[in-house]
Design a protein around this ligand. Sequence first.
Ligand code: DQA
Length: 146
Amino acid sequence: MPSKILIVHGPNLNMLGEREINVYGKFTLDEINRDLQAKAKELGVEIETVQLNGEGEMVDALQQAKNKFAAIVINPGAYTHYSIAIRDALAAISLPVVEVHLSNIYAREEFRHKSVIAPVAAGQVTGFGKNSYVLGLMAAVSLIKK
Ligand code: DQA
């Protein structure tokens, strides 16, 4: 039984640090991944991180995660709001999923209020900046230890 957790960063998250700083903050994706590695070590779990811009690439990565990982923490970026393909991939692999967002999607434009991913996730962490990922990882660990 694998005990590793896959962290998936979606489109445009490679631009953190230079992208809409007023919304997302000044930290970079590397800093988020470093925080996650530190938290994983503290929690005694292994993680792998991946950033993908393409919807199909994300579907491929999720399908391949099926027998390799125990849970998924995912920030699907803009795909959150409309990608049935990513939702279906998550449903197909039937691993515990935690959806995370840096910003509070419910406090932003109306088109961001809907997540098509949320119904196939165990839960959602939204609005805590880079801590959303750390909180998401903690949630994933508690799900696999259940
Ligand atoms: C985001 C929120 C999405 O609406 C947006 O398209 C992103 C980032 C977040 O982390 O706050 O790319 O997922």
